[in-house]
Design a protein around this ligand. Structure first.
Ligand code: ASP
Length: 363
């Protein structure tokens, strides 16, 4: 349930996020793991799916929905755990900075029952962009705020301004800066670790016991990106999408590949047409590859990047697919919270070898 704007500011927007960390985290959802044998997917609801880095969050979100929480509130509380974790360099606090050493965050969310959405792009100095995206949804007539305007709005809504660069992420950025161009004026250091471009994100999709859905995606985007670059996570229909008649879906991986096919929307439309969640995710990957520029494909049309889709159907069926074999995703339903393997199009040995273009490396 949305609070009034005054209540929201009074409660302190970041205090709400802090609660997510203060409570003990259980990886196994409480109390119901035994009763599962023979249950249908619908009986297993509430259910939550996310990228693997959301393993604590899916348990949290499911526990909240068991106690009656709204699916989007539950999913956002789930991703807040990762956003506020300084050790996760792909999201929120401690997320890897852009070229200039500044952390710019993207997030978007969607609420099935009311068919509303909110988003922020290139947001600086606020650790929980998912909550700012929800505030855009709850308190404005708009859907998408970016940059300085998004930050001004967040401050007006009572979010706390903080430096998101941690000592660890600053060191990683400095090493990148010292190494990224052999012709620059920065000195290489012998003890420098090899710094790859990295990416990472958390997408979470939730369904309640009665079939209401919500979806959220939040990220610091590609490390060392060009300032102002906004990826798919902030884009409703690409980084996440939900429709209360069908389900909820989202993605992680190369945003530039996903944006072009409006991937999360594509997954939902495939499910609406009858595909299972896993089949819908696989079809989205195939479409993304079909739309990929040749410089990012090898001669067998295998992409030089990673992309993953996650989908939760309204009836509690779920599925996930990654281009290459290997990654896992997190899921929580009446069987508890666990990691499972993603479906895939190609084995790891089929991944193209040789130099990898910027911003396309795997997790
Ligand atoms: N999708 C994110 C982006 O393009 C990055 C990621 O998921 O790794 O910003």
């Amino acid at each position: 349930m949305a609070m009034s704007r005054r209540e929201f500011i009074g409660a302190g927007a970041t205090a709400a996020a802090g609660l997510a960390l203060a409570q003990p985290l259980t990886v196994q959802s409480r109390g119901d793991a035994a009763a599962v044998r023979g249950l249908t997917a619908a009986d297993a609801r509430p259910a939550v799916i996310s990228s693997a880095n959301g393993i604590r969050g899916v348990a949290k979100a499911r526990d909240m929905m068991l106690q009656g929480a709204d699916p989007l509130d539950a999913a956002i509380a789930g991703v807040n755990i990762t956003e506020l974790d300084p050790k996760d360099h792909s999201v929120g606090l401690g997320g890897l900075p852009n070229e200039d050493g500044v952390v710019q965050l993207d997030a978007s969310c969607m609420h099935g029952p009311t068919r509303r959405a909110g988003a922020v792009g290139a947001l600086e100095d606020i650790a929980t962009p998912s909550l700012v995206a929800k505030a855009v949804m709850d308190y404005t007539d708009h859907i998408f705020l970016v940059g300085a305007g998004a930050k001004k709005f967040a401050l007006e809504m009572g979010f706390k301004e903080q430096d998101l660069v941690t000592e660890e992420s600053r060191q990683i950025w400095l090493k990148w800066k010292a190494n990224h161009d052999p012709n620059d004026a920065w000195l290489d250091h012998d003890d420098d670790v090899k710094i790859a471009f990295t990416h990472g994100t958390i997408n979470m999709n939730a369904v309640t016991a009665s079939g209401d859905v919500g979806s959220v995606t939040t990220t610091s985007g590609f490390s060392y990106k060009i300032p102002g670059r906004v990826g798919d996570s902030a884009i409703v229909g690409a980084g996440q999408y939900c429709d209360n008649d069908v389900g909820a879906a989202g993605s992680t991986g190369r945003g530039e590949a996903n944006i072009k096919i409006a991937g999360a929307f594509f997954v939902i439309e495939q499910m609406r047409a009858g595909a299972s969640p896993e089949e819908a995710c696989l079809r989205a990957l195939q479409r993304a590859i079909q739309m990929t520029e040749t410089r990012l494909l090898d001669d067998r049309k295998r992409p030089r990047y990673d992309l993953t889709y996650y989908a939760m159907a309204k009836d509690g069926r779920y599925g996930c697919a990654n281009i290459y074999q290997g990654p896992q995703f997190a899921v929580a339903d009446a069987r508890g919270a666990r990691l499972e393997s993603c479906a895939y199009l190609f084995t790891e040995s089929e991944r193209p070898r040789g130099p990898v273009p910027m911003h396309t490396l795997s997790h």
